[in-house]
Design a protein around this ligand. Structure first.
Ligand SMILES: [Zn+2]
Length: 272
């Protein structure tokens, strides 16, 4: 049956629905702010979550040197690749990718821009940790005199309170801290009060590091994860163990999944 004219009742109903939609959109904007989503919170409705995994440092400027003399970049690249492989097993994270897989010297501030250009929803920078100069002692490994510090061990998590999405970045940091705890891993607290790093969550090992360029310039939830202290000879050995690597990767995967699922649920729950 063809209907050429709308009845008054239908018009009223449509107008009512339009008004309802306007109200929902208005409340939605407020809710986005409350959820810490900022301008790109609607991204939480995307069917996929694209994680930009930043491999810390570069071949030329490899970061810390481990207790056994191995450059940090090698640890970072291995862990980033393992994490990418794990994420890509899940259709939710199919579009995830590595930043700086070739090892070029990409400036810190450019890395989040690469993530944005490739449509990332989350920025995760992977690093392995060092200690401060006065905490170092020396040992001989395979005939070489090298710096070592077996006093500190464990992961740490950094976020910037000054990037495009600080609230969501802290939520992501908490999700990672919780997943590490559930995996039976403990954070290191040796960065507390050092430089511009502020320990904001002792249990989860979360530090605010507002001016860290790689996080500050991100417009999506962004976290830097230090997998462990490679100046610690025992922790370095653990970080080279495939089973331990897998434990870290699984914890990161479950944190990312849990974080994204909770964000989507919050957002969709409101819409229903
Ligand atoms: Zn590093």
């Amino acid at each position: 049956m063809r209907v050429d004219r709308q009845s008054k009742t239908e018009k009223r109903a449509k107008a009512g629905r339009r008004g309802g939609v306007r109200m929902v959109v208005g409340i939605g904007a407020v809710l986005l702010i409350l959820l810490g989503g900022g301008t790109n919170a609607a991204a939480f409705l995307a069917p996929e979550c694209r994680v930009a995994i930043d491999i810390g440092h570069s071949l030329r400027d490899p970061g810390a040197i481990s207790a056994r003399g191995v450059p940090e970049y090698q640890f970072n690249r291995r862990m980033a690749r393992l994490l990418l492989g794990r994420l890509q097993q899940d259709p939710l994270f199919r579009g995830s990718f590595l930043v700086n897989d070739t090892g070029e010297a990409v400036p810190l501030a450019s890395r989040p821009a690469i993530a944005t250009a490739r449509g990332a929803n989350i920025f995760l920078s992977i690093h392995h940790d060092s200690v401060y100069p006065e905490q170092l002692s020396q040992w001989v490994y395979q005939g070489k005199l090298l710096d070592v510090c077996d006093r500190f061990s464990g992961h740490s998590i950094f976020f910037s309170g000054k990037n495009g999405n600080p609230t969501a970045s802290l939520q992501l940091a908490r999700a990672i801290g919780d997943a590490m705890r559930q995996a039976g891993l403990r954070p290191t607290l040796h960065h507390a009060g050092r430089g511009n790093k502020v320990l904001v969550d002792r249990e989860r090992g979360i530090y605010a590091f507002d001016n860290l360029a790689v996080l500050k310039n991100a417009d999506m939830p962004a976290v830097l994860f230090e997998c462990g202290v490679i100046k610690n000879s025992q922790e370095e050995a653990k970080l080279c163990d495939p089973q331990y690597q897998q434990r870290l990767v699984e914890a990161l995967y479950s944190a990312l999944k849990g974080y994204w699922t909770a964000k989507r649920r919050d957002f969709q729950g409101f819409r229903e």
